[in-house]
Every structure is written in C-alpha cells, then in structure tokens.
Design a protein around this ligand. Structure first.
Ligand code: ADP
Ligand code: MG
Length: 255
C-alpha cells in the first residue's frame, strides 16, 4: 500500500465507570504516518483510550473517526477490518509457533472461509499461500524471520512480545495501537523493538499510537505526544515541548 493512512481522530471522548471518570473530554488527532504517543502516570486513562479506539469500550460521549468513517459504535472486529489493529498491555502468546500466531492474524482477513479451506478449494489454497508469504514478510520485518517455525514457548520474553506486534501487523493495519510494547523487556530487547517500530512505520507507511512508560523510547520515536492525567488531557505537542511543560512535570513528579 502506498496511499497514506487516514487520520485517526478522538473528539471529546468521555468514559465513565461506576463513580469514576476514566476519560474526561479527551481529543487528539493521529496525523497520517506519524507516531503519536499517549503518556501519563498509572491510571491516567491510556489503556481505556485504546479500548475506546479499538471498540472494546463505548464512550459515554464523544466520537472516534478514521478519516471520514465514524468508528464510535462499531464492534472491535469491524474496526480491525477497517485498519485499526492493536496489541494488549499484558498479553503474551505461549501457544504454537511464530508462524501459527502470525497466520491467526492473517486468518482474520480470509474471505474464503474455513469450509473452503477444509475442502482445499483452489481459491482457498491460493489465499493460504499468499497469507504464508505475507506472514513471512512481517516476520522478517519484525526480526522474527529466523524464528518463523519456532514454538513461541521457547522464545525470550522480548521475542514473544514482538510476536504480538507482528500478529497485529498481519491484519494489514493502517493504524497500529501499541500498549506498552517494551514493558518488561531488558535494554537490548527495548532497543531492538524501538528499531522494529521505526522500520515498520517506514516500510508499511502506517500510523502508530504508542502508549509507553519508557520516556526514552517515547522521545526517540514520537512525532507528537498527548499527555493524560486523571483522564484529562493536560498537554500536547512535540516530545521536546511536553518534556518542558510545567503541568507535565507536576503530573509526573507529583509536586
Ligand atoms: P492507564 O492505562 O493510563 O494506566 P487505565 O486506562 O487502565 O489507565 O485506567 C484508568 C482508570 O480507569 C483507572 O482508575 C482504572 O482503575 C479505571 N478503569 C479502567 N478500566 C476499568 C474498568 N473496566 N472498570 C472500572 N474501572 C476501570
Ligand atoms: Mg495501561
């Protein structure tokens, strides 16, 4: 794909849980092909925001759009099919090989269906071959090429976490939502994953929304940063701008 992804826009999004406003009138736009970081202290509402963007939570008010398309009331699989894919904060795969996991991502796209696959109709066979080729390409791009047929249970934590990223990429997203992609990784794994995110953005021309606690990574990767605190947007700008923002310093240092 060579056309730029449509902008992803959250407008005046409010999410309430019993007695708690997890997101309070939050707005931001992820510009086409950029890395937009969503940062803030624990409990700020970052994961909730991803859950709204990916259709798992419905906001009490406000809207989410991908280009002209309103995503606000669509089911998660519809949003994924429209090109918004995500990873989860605390989920790592333990089943199957790397290839199996990437093919699971690809099968979400299959039109021929399971019945046709089971009967090995020519179209299903062709699609299967194309899926395998694409899964290999994504594995190469994410540094998992040499591990394609390896059971994920045998991989390091960092590699397993990168399988999640690769699986999301197999949905051919235009916008990729990464919830703490380097959490729990050692320094070498973090550096590797940073490179991978940079490469896939450049190679696949997609937009990335990044939730991350590692400020070094945010500063190196992000074009724009939105800062949340207690569900409110307290700052927005380039990494350099938000790093110097007094409100941001207050939120992080608790002064
Ligand atoms: P972050 O990812 O920034 O650490 P979250 O979005 O996970 O923050 O949480 C924001 C707030 O909403 C927290 O106070 C959290 O306890 C609350 N929260 C998140 N999900 C739920 C839920 N499903 N039910 C009730 N409260 C929730
Ligand atoms: Mg979170």
């Amino acid at each position: 794909r060579t056309d730029p992804p449509p902008p992803l826009t959250a407008e005046h999004v409010t999410v309430r849980f019993a007695g708690l406003t997890a997101l309070d009138d939050v707005s931001f736009t992820v510009a086409p092909g950029t890395v937009h970081a969503l940062i803030g202290p624990n409990g700020a509402g970052k994961s909730t925001c991803f859950n709204v963007l990916s259709g798992l939570y419905r906001p009490a008010s406000g809207s989410v759009r991908l280009g002209a398309r309103d995503l606000t009331r669509l089911a998660p699989h519809r949003i994924a099919a429209l090109g918004v894919a995500r990873t989860f904060q605390n989920i790592v795969t333990t089943q199957g090989t790397v290839a199996d996991n990437l093919m699971l991502g690809r099968h979400a796209l299959t039109r021929a269906g399971f019945a046709a696959s089971a009967l090995r109709l020519p179209r299903a066979v062709r699609e299967q071959r194309a899926h395998l080729a694409e899964a290999r390409r994504i594995a190469d791009l994410t540094g998992l090429g040499g591990l394609f047929d390896t059971p994920v249970a045998l991989l390091s934590y960092g590699d397993r976490k990168r399988v999640e990223l690769a699986r999301a990429l197999c949905l051919e997203p235009r916008v990729l939502l990464l919830d703490e992609p380097v959490a729990g990784m050692n320094a070498a794994e973090r550096a590797r994953t940073t490179e991978v995110v940079r490469d896939v953005r450049a190679e696949l021309g997609l937009s990335v929304v990044l939730v991350e606690h590692d400020m070094g990574l945010v500063m190196r990767l992000a074009d724009e940063v939105t800062v949340l605190d207690f569900g409110r947007r307290i700052a927005h700008g380039t990494p350099d701008e938000v790093r110097r923002d007094p409100e941001v310093l207050r939120a992080y240092l608790g002064t």
